[in-house]
Each structure stands twice: as structure tokens, then as C-alpha cells.
Design a protein around this ligand. Structure first.
Ligand SMILES: C[S@@+](CC[C@H](N)C(=O)[O-])C[C@H]1O[C@@H](n2cnc3c(N)ncnc32)[C@H](O)[C@@H]1O
Length: 361
């Protein structure tokens, strides 16, 4: 059965890494050895994968934001009017609808038969037809060709069908995930809060281990702490922030975490923790005026990194998210040379480029 996962632009390879780590041991036979990644610029990375297990397992992935069962694939779609006819024909003739509906029922644990659908259409490349026309072609084919009776609606649909035309390739999917997969039930938001899927990717890069002492010294609303707790057992979680409102939100958002967790109002430049007492640090560096109005960011970065280096044990790992990776590296060179730079991953969040930087002590 063919599925696709959707995540934040730049996170596709890490979403696939999570699939391999979390699903391959229990379902080795059912996963293909390789995924293929498609890019919808500024919107999503799409990871196509073959999976024979229960789709509910896919809904538990954390680096992905949405899961779809593939209903139509068409290649060599031409850029003029004939392309619309090709997409109509491919949608009418697809044989994947039955399996996709079975996957939908399993994912939602329902016996219901969906009767209404909402179209979401995206197009990448230059074509001589509009997104609206693509949606029309696909919707007409669904109404006339798919088993059962289908009615297109704009709201409160039983299912969503997403049609994405990537240059010459059409990919249609039946959405299995709801908004909760993306939002993870976060209770309290502040402006600079991380998207949970990005936090999950950062946590994955810390290589979680059961005896981890994990720290986020810029924890804000606690998104990284929630994702660390979801990633598996730990010895101790520390979350801190200089802002009282943030600590309050952090306490609310981390309330359901079982195990040793400490949320405090601390200054990341002066943590009340002993030298070499932390195994893993993940943090989202302050950036822009929104978070630090008159801050001298280069100085702040130097002091935060020096303190991270002090509390991190030799062999420990730091994963930092920054909008200005060069500024972070300058700070490291000046104040935290024991932090050795490793993997970097460039991501795009709401049109803004950010980088995940990994350092080992
Ligand atoms: C980009 S936000 C982190 C958001 C967080 N990851 C979340 O999901 O909500 C940076 C945070 O650093 C905090 N901060 C700025 N300077 C700090 C300092 N010296 N010590 C501790 N926290 C600080 C801000 O209050 C803000 O909450």
C-alpha cells in the first residue's frame, strides 16, 4: 500500500529517518528500502513510502505533520489542456481507491462509508491551466468514476482529497490524519513556539537514550520537552526560560509528562546546574526583535553556548535551531570550541529559512 507523509520543507529526509527507526523493526518486511521525496516549495516535503502495516502506526509519527493514502499517481502530465484530460482519466481509472478507503477506515477506526469530499489543490511548475481547473478535473472524475456516491463540499467533508501536480507528476492522496497530528494538543501558545514536527526532528537528532538528562535552557512553551518525553524514556528533563509567561505556559504544556521533569525560570547564561551534568541539550535560539527587543544577539549567543558547553558532559550532544547559522558558528569559535560541529539541516518555516545545527562535546 502506497502512502505519503507531509512535513515542513527541509524535514523530508528526517521524516524518512524516523520511519526507518520507528517502524522498520516491528514491520521490516512491509517497508520498502527507500523512500522518495518530493518538494512542494515553501509548503511541504512529501515522503512517499510503501507500508503494509496498520496505518495507525503512521499517524503516530512525530516528524511528519500529515499522512495520506495515495489514490492516484500519473506521470508525464502535459502542460496544456490535454493535461487536464490526462488527470481526469488517471483519477477515473485508478485502482487504488478501495485500498485507500480501507486504510482510511482503519486509521479512523470506523466502518463509515464516506460520501462527501473536499479538494485541496497545489501545483508546482508552469502549466497552461489553473489550480481550479486541476481541482475540477479530479473532482469530476471522483464523482463519476469512483465506487459509491460522492459529493463535493467546501466544508465539513467526510474526507479530504489532496491533488498535487509537481511539474508533470500528479499525486492525489486521501488524508488520514486530522489537525491533532500537527498540533499534538499543545495547550498554550506563545509567538515564537516551535512547530511540534520540527521539535521532534531536533529531538531525534539528539539520539535519545533512556538514561538521558535532557535540557532545553530556552524552552519557551516547552515544545522540545514534550517531544523529548514522547521519544522514549529519560532520566531527567530540565526546561527553563527567562520569561515568566513562558515558564507558566511550559508548566501547562508539560503537565502530562510522566517522570522527572523540572521547569524553572533560569537565565541560560548562568544555569544553576553542575559542570558536565547534562547528556543532551536541544534549544531554539532567540532571534529577531519579537523575542529580544534590544538584545545584543552575538553576545547572547556566546554566553549561551559557553554555558551549554559547561553543563554538557564530554560525549554529550547539543542540537540548536537558528535563523543565522553563521552567527552561531562565530559564537562557537569565540566561546565554545569544545562543541564540535556536525550535521546541519536547512528548513523553511513560514517562509523563513532556519538551520538545525548539531554539535558534539
Ligand atoms: C525562540 S524562543 C523558544 C521557543 C520554544 N522552543 C517554544 O517552542 O516555545 C526563545 C526563548 O528564549 C528565551 N530567552 C531569551 N533569552 C534568554 C535567556 N538569557 N535565558 C533564558 N531564556 C531566554 C525567550 O524568553 C524565548 O522563550
Amino acid at each position: 500500500m502506497l502512502y505519503y507523509l507531509q512535513t515542513i520543507p527541509g524535514l523530508g529526509p528526517l521524516a524518512w529517518q524516523e520511519v526507518q527507526q520507528r517502524l522498520s523493526t516491528s514491520d521490516t518486511e512491509s517497508l520498502s528500502d527507500s523512500a522518495s521525496i518530493r518538494l512542494v516549495p515553501r509548503r511541504n516535503d512529501i515522503v512517499l513510502l510503501r507500508y503494509a502495516g496498520n496505518p495507525r502506526a503512521l499517524l503516530n509519527l512525530r516528524v511528519s505533520e500529515d499522512v495520506f493514502a495515495v489514490t492516484v499517481r500519473a506521470f508525464h502530465v502535459v502542460a496544456d489542456e490535454r493535461g487536464l484530460r490526462q488527470m481526469y482519466a488517471a483519477t477515473r481509472e485508478t485502482r487504488a481507491v478501495g485500498d485507500a478507503l480501507t486504510a482510511w477506515k482503519k486509521a479512523l477506526n470506523t466502518r463509515r462509508v464516506p460520501a462527501t469530499f473536499r479538494m485541496v489543490v497545489r501545483a508546482v511548475g508552469s502549466h497552461r491551466f489553473t489550480r481550479r481547473q486541476i481541482g475540477q478535473a479530479v473532482a469530476d472524475a471522483i464523482k463519476t468514476g469512483w465506487p459509491g456516491r460522492w459529493r463535493q463540499v467546501d466544508e465539513d467533508a467526510d474526507v479530504e482529497i489532496w491533488a498535487t501536480l509537481l511539474e508533470q507528476e500528479l499525486l492525489c492522496g486521501l488524508r488520514l490524519s486530522g489537525a491533532d497530528m500537527r498540533q499534538r494538543g499543545t495547550k498554550t501558545h506563545l509567538p515564537a513556539a516551535l512547530r511540534p514536527a520540527l521539535a521532534a526532528a531536533m529531538v531525534m537528532l539528539t539520539e535519545p537514550a533512556p538514561d538521558d538528562v535532557f535540557l532545553d535552557p530556552l524552552a519557551g512553551t516547552g515544545t522540545l520537552l514534550v517531544e523529548r518525553a514522547a521519544a522514549g524514556p529519560f532520566r531527567q528533563l530540565y526546561g527553563s526560560d527567562i520569561n515568566t509567561d513562558a515558564v507558566r505556559a511550559m508548566l501547562v504544556n508539560t503537565r502530562k509528562i510522566h517522570g522527572h521533569i523540572t521547569c524553572e525560570r533560569w537565565d541560560a547564561r548562568q544555569l544553576p546546574l553542575p559542570d558536565a551534568s547534562v547528556d543532551k541539550i536541544a534549544m531554539n535560539m532567540p532571534f529577531g526583535k519579537q523575542v529580544a527587543p534590544d538584545a545584543d544577539l552575538p553576545a547572547l549567543y556566546r554566553e549561551i553556548l559557553a554555558e551549554a558547553q559547561r553543563v554538557l558532559r564530554p560525549g554529550g550532544r547539543l542540537v540548536a535551531l537558528v535563523s543565522d547559522a553563521r552567527m552561531l558558528n562565530t559564537a562557537r569559535t569565540a566561546a565554545a570550541r569544545q562543541l564540535r560541529p556536525g550535521q546541519r539541516q536547512r528548513i523553511e518555516v513560514l517562509g523563513m529559512g532556519v538551520t538545525i545545527c548539531v554539535f558534539d562535546r
